[in-house]
Design a protein around this ligand. Structure first.
Ligand code: C5P
Length: 277
């Protein structure tokens, strides 16, 4: 029996850094959504634990115990499985590639092995794993472990753009000018896509300024997205992936084609926001 699980890209529509804990981890408030662009995990029965990585972004992905997929398998505590990770998302890119893979692995293996999900929902694997396990829009707070429901969002489409080169998350957090930024406003209900994007533009990703300092190309990416008619252009997570929001599929597809033509070396993809768990 083979079980498949989709690992969608995670996008922080907002990311407010509101404080820092004694252990160094930052307190966040983030509106997190998922896009129909991502990796695919397939698990099947095997005598021992094996991982194979395939797909257009397989190069450079570790296949040893440092891969979050194998860490997720160990956390669950089952015996053997053949795991295939079909990799489409860039790594260390602010869209939760590794965390989403780990969450999809937890989902697929808990089914294969008939085991409960870990009590911490995978938080010990990474701050973004619990939200990726939900794979649906939600408000994330604490250091990533407090998840609350948000009002239904308007239908939205997204273009994701990554210029290449990994941006180390700790370096971006370290570059924050202040740790006690103003909190996020409550997410409004009942807005259409343009009004919702206008509200989002009153909120922030506090990691954008330090990430632009670490990787100045992020500014070019944001300019390219804004120039391709997005309702909003912003960076996700600690970068370097940025997103453009659109009110329909066609506008997103046109913008993606336009950006690809302008910068053929960049990774560009597009999809609809949704729930994938
Ligand atoms: O948990 P994760 O592996 O995703 O975090 C990567 C790094 O990002 C941490 O080592 C830490 O430096 C930083 N981080 C943080 N506060 C958070 C989440 C991550 O400072 N809430």
């Amino acid at each position: 029996m083979a079980i498949e699980a989709f690992a969608p890209a995670k996008v922080n529509l907002t990311l407010h850094v509101t404080g820092q804990r004694a252990d160094g981890y930052h307190l966040l408030e983030s509106l997190v959504v998922f896009v129909g662009v991502g990796d695919r995990i397939t698990v099947s029965e095997a005598a021992d634990l094996r991982l194979a990585v395939t797909g257009p972004r397989a190069e450079g992905v570790p296949t040893g115990p440092e891969n979050l997929v194998l860490k997720a398998a160990s956390l669950l505590g089952g015996v053997g499985a053949q795991i295939v990770l079909d990799k489409h998302l860039p790594a260390a890119a602010g869209i939760g590639g590794g965390s989403s893979d780990a969450a999809a692995t937890l989902r697929a293996l808990s089914q294969l092995w008939n085991l409960d999900l870990p009590a911490d929902n995978g938080l010990s694997l990474g701050a973004d794993v619990p939200v990726c396990l939900r794979a649906a829009p939600c408000l994330m707070s604490g250091v990533g472990e407090v998840l609350t429901e948000v009002p239904v969002l308007p239908p939205l489409w997204m273009v994701l753009v990554n210029p290449g080169g990994e941006v180390p998350t700790p370096a971006v957090f370290k570059g924050l000018a202040r740790k006690d930024n103003p909190p996020m406003a409550p997410v409004p209900a009942g807005l259409d896509a343009p009004a919702f994007a206008a509200w989002l533009s009153t909120q922030r990703n506090d990691l954008e300024p330090p990430a632009r300092a670490v990787a100045p190309v992020i500014t070019d990416v944001l300019d390219a997205i804004a120039g391709a008619g997005a309702l909003l252009a912003r960076m996700s997570g600690s970068g370097a992936t940025c997103f453009g929001l659109y009110a329909d599929a066609e506008s997103a597809a046109c913008a993606a084609a336009q950006i690809k033509e302008k910068a053929p070396a960049w990774w560009v993809d597009h999809g609809a926001l949704g729930s994938f768990s």
